[in-house]
Design a protein around this ligand. Structure first.
Ligand SMILES: Cc1cc2nc3c(=O)[nH]c(=O)nc-3n(C[C@H](O)[C@H](O)[C@H](O)COP(=O)(O)OP(=O)(O)OC[C@H]3O[C@@H](n4cnc5c(N)ncnc54)[C@H](O)[C@@H]3O)c2cc1C
Length: 347
């Protein structure tokens, strides 16, 4: 019998299990049930497709700012527990440019905890930018990180079961008391949940080989996002993106979008081409992979909520992490687990 069942083995589900264990729940009391597990790939499993790093992609809602801070300041401890940066999480320098200056609330929050936060002089910014920063960020090797999180949690006694549920009530089999619903986009279709506020924000990334690039660079516009993310311990993969296409369910990739990404990213960081081993035009880049992923977005923001089923059982919903599951998900997990343990959350 498992006292706790977590549905979903994406980053949000794994952070939730991690937080349960951090708060002294015995791993043997936890079962994860998921249609897709770390190592699998499907358009219905977003986490392996993330860039993924800590950036300014998040909004400035007070909850999101707290979730970001909680996560950023605890990633060092996760890195240590997994056994070091080679397990898929490392610090890296990031430079971010903004066409419109972020709110004071966002800037003041970031300044309060980000390592080496430096505001850039106008001269160092591309034309048309109002604000720029350089700081120490975190980059994830997402597929590797997911696998290593699973391994770590299994080492703590957690059981993983591969299974698709059609109704949330199926998770209460065998005497379970608390079910965490961490199904991302799946919450739109899972019986007993069917949340119509869920919509995907599609992204496409182009992965190239670029040993000469050692940092992350991003530019945020009002209706576009261009980003370059160095994937740690990946044999020099560089993730180029991207798109934030609301309510777009396409799993196919588009060649036009690939060319657009290559054009924007090489304009933003000309070093990608000028130091490329095989030549300095876009055609000379070594493309390893093109992929599309669906960020699990939700009108009104993430749902972190306790839903009583009867006087002994409840569901804790924890989904809707949109484009920030890696960088804010540990804070979301902390709040979700507080609801389960009936502790007033500090977040
Ligand atoms: C191109 C791109 C770039 C991104 N870059 C970043 C970044 O740089 N930083 C960042 O923080 N985030 C980034 N993200 C966002 C991040 O990937 C998501 O926020 C995160 O992956 C969401 O995780 P999740 O666990 O909620 O969902 P998922 O990873 O989709 O996991 C859902 C889980 O639920 C399971 N499931 C669903 N329905 C059922 C069912 N009925 N029965 C059983 N199991 C079910 C699935 O099998 C899966 O295990 C990016 C996303 C994309 C697409």
């Amino acid at each position: 019998m498992s006292k706790y069942v977590v549905i979903g083995s994406g980053i949000v589900g794994l952070y939730t299990v991690y937080n349960l264990i951090e708060r002294n729940v015995n791993g043997e009391e936890i079962t994860v049930i998921a249609e897709y597990l770390p190592g699998d790939e499907s358009i219905d499993y977003t986490s392996p497709y993330a860039g993924g790093n800590f950036s300014c992609i998040t909004d400035d809602h007070p909850d999101t700012l707290k979730f970001d801070k909680h996560t950023y300041t605890r990633l060092q401890s996760i890195q240590r527990r997994l056994g070091g940066p080679q397990h898929g999480l490392d610090k890296i320098q990031s430079t971010e440019y903004f066409d419109t200056k972020p709110s004071d609330a966002k800037i003041n929050s970031l300044k309060s905890y980000i390592e080496n936060y430096t505001e850039l002089p106008k001269l160092e910014m591309p034309h048309g930018c109002q604000y720029g920063i350089r700081y120490t960020s975190w980059s994830f090797n997402c597929p590797k990180f997911l696998l290593n999180m699973k391994k770590y949690l299994e080492g703590k006694g957690v059981t993983f079961v591969q299974k698709k549920l059609s109704h949330i009530s199926q998770a209460f089999a065998f005497g379970t008391k608390i079910v965490f619903n961490c199904t991302g986009n799946g919450s739109k279709y899972l019986g007993g949940v069917t949340d119509n506020k869920i919509y995907p924000t599609r992204g496409q990334v182009v992965v190239i080989k670029a040993p000469h690039i050692k940092e992350n660079v991003m530019r945020w516009g009002d209706n576009y996002a261009t980003y370059i993310i160095k994937r740690p311990y990946s044999h020099d993969q560089l993730i180029l993106g991207g798109f934030l296409q609301k309510d777009d369910w396409r799993s196919a990739t588009s060649h036009d979008e690939t060319l657009d990404i290559l054009k924007r990213t090489t304009q933003l960081l000309p070093l990608i081409l000028s130091r490329n081993t095989y030549g300095s035009s876009i055609e000379d880049l070594e493309i390893l992979r093109v992929a599309a992923g669906l960020r699990p977005s939700r009108h009104g923001g993430p749902r972190i909520e306790r839903e009583p089923i009867d006087h002994t059982k409840c569901v804790i919903h924890n989904y809707g992490a949109s484009g920030y599951g890696y960088q804010a998900g540990l804070g979301m997990a902390y709040r979700a687990v507080s609801l389960a343990l009936d502790v007033k959350p500090k977040l």
